[in-house]
Design a protein. Structure first.
Length: 261
């Protein structure tokens, strides 16, 4: 049974984003057996996504893709998931029983250029916007804070954060995700949260070639870049030094966009 303190935290997190606008949903059947729904978590008591209550149980997998953690069994959803996290729910076709809930953040790294006037900040050269409905866990947000961000990228190439978690100290590896825009001849490539938009130069000089899977450094590929340093420069012309590059699935944006050819 959940203790009273945990219950209260879950209720507070839900209330903090009760007015959140639901965006970024989608569904598709697979052989008439299963469907997927994607969007921000807006409440618990099971898991609410896009206005639908998905029922969870001991067999439901809660997969945290960035940390490779997989939670099942008698566990309260709000102890591993948070309101505002953009998740993908696998459920029965025509029912609301969740078999799997996947979460992967947009980026993680130190806050730079916090602007309290327009509620924006930058992480590794990517610009993030937050609002009164953003669930900010362990806040406040300050310059230098290491944060995890989940949200959907808007048409202006800014990530609209629905969830921001301020991390405790001791982090020395950071990550961003986006589309490869172009690949240079100087051990660099350009990366943008949206297809066809370049915002960050990624220098792969320090990455051993065999550590980069074949074929992922091509225009239109969605990748994750890990680094141990902050960005040099600002949105939209920052540079980061990569330590690792791997292929990923698109984590979502607020409107339909086609991949660059």
């Amino acid at each position: 049974m959940m203790n009273p303190g945990t219950k209260r935290m879950c209720r507070l997190a839900t209330a903090a984003v009760a007015a959140l606008v639901l965006v970024g949903c989608g569904g598709s059947g697979t052989g008439g057996l299963s469907s997927t729904t994607r969007g921000p978590i807006t409440g618990f008591g099971s898991v609410w996504v896009n206005g639908i209550e998905f029922h969870t149980g001991s067999a439901t997998h809660r997969r945290m893709l960035d940390t490779a953690e997989d939670y099942t069994g008698a566990i309260q959803d709000c102890t591993v998931l948070g309101v505002g996290m953009i998740v993908t729910v696998q459920h029965g076709d025509g029912d609301d029983n969740a078999t799997e809930i996947e979460y992967e953040d947009n980026l993680q790294g130190p806050v730079q250029y916090l602007n309290l006037t327009d509620n924006t900040f930058e992480v590794l050269g990517q610009k993030v916007r937050y609002s009164g409905t953003t669930n900010i866990k362990n806040g406040p947000i300050d310059n230098g804070s290491v944060v995890e961000v989940s949200g959907l990228t808007a048409s202006d190439n800014v990530i609209d954060a629905t969830y921001v978690e301020v991390k405790a100290g001791g982090h020395d590896e950071y990550e961003i995700k986006g589309y490869v825009y172009s690949v240079g001849m100087d051990n660099t490539f350009r990366l943008g949260p949206l297809p066809g938009v370049s915002t960050v130069t990624v220098d792969i000089t320090g990455v051993t070639p065999h550590d980069i899977p074949g074929g992922i450094l091509a225009a239109g590929k969605f990748v994750e870049v890990k680094t141990r340093s902050t960005a040099t420069g600002r949105f939209p012309n920052a540079t980061i030094q990569a330590t690792e590059v791997e292929g990923k699935e698109d984590i979502g944006h607020s409107e339909d966009r086609e991949n660059p050819s």
